[in-house]
Design a binder for this molecule. Structure first.
Ligand SMILES: [Mg+2]
Ligand SMILES: [Zn+2]
Length: 201
């Protein structure tokens, strides 16, 4: 079988392209559920462009069970998707793949144990098929260990956005989800990927 010609950098959404929402009353961080709470990182667009300039397709892979759990409407979800696209400063994602399912969804059509909810790799396989991506030469950048696990299952290299602490190191060990690389911010990704590409030449 012919090798797939394209390579990709897959990106998680929340915590990677846009900021998480901190709830001081609950002491929790989570997904923005309203357009007005959505803050796209100012470097997201330029970083996506840099990655594309390096020869990678840039593809969003995200679990978004909020609609399924009735935390927001599908209409609001689409509005947020549009706002993200608008705030990428002229950059354009090559594709976006979302898992809208949840095993305990309140809306029946989203209630299932699907193959696309991360840490399962279904969305990666879908994207690889649609866009002829060679997963072995591709990366997944995320901010949680679920992303690392999904990347491993998909056969891509994993990049975790994090600040390494003793606490995180212990969780990585107990979860058996060791990322291939760790960077402090999405904006550090192009330099890393460029130097890795050079090293493998
Ligand atoms: Mg995330
Ligand atoms: Zn799914």
């Amino acid at each position: 079988m012919a090798k797939s010609p394209e390579k990709a950098v897959f990106l998680d959404r929340d915590g990677v392209i846009n900021d998480l929402i901190y709830d001081p009353k609950e002491g929790t961080v989570g997904t923005p559920l309203r357009t007005r709470d959505l803050r796209v990182f100012d470097y997201a667009g330029t970083t996506i462009k840099s990655l594309q300039d390096l020869g990678y397709k840039v593809i969003l892979i995200s679990n978004q069970p909020g609609v399924a759990k009735r935390q927001l409407t599908y209409r609001e979800f689409l509005k947020m998707q549009k706002k993200i696209q608008q705030e990428l400063k002229g950059a354009k994602l090559d594709a976006e793949y979302y898992c809208m399912h949840h095993p305990s969804a309140l809306i029946l059509k989203y209630k299932k144990n699907c193959d696309c909810r991360k840490p399962k790799p279904g969305l990666f396989f879908m994207a690889a098929k649609d866009l002829k991506i060679d997963l072995e030469r591709s990366y997944y950048i995320g901010d949680s260990l679920v992303d690392v696990k999904a990347g491993h299952a998909a056969g891509v290299k994993t990049i975790l956005i994090a600040h390494i602490t003793d606490f995180l190191t212990r969780i990585i060990e107990s979860e058996k989800a060791e990322p291939d690389y760790v960077i402090p911010s999405l904006k550090d990704a192009p330099k890393l990927i460029e130097s890795l590409a050079k090293a493998s030449d």
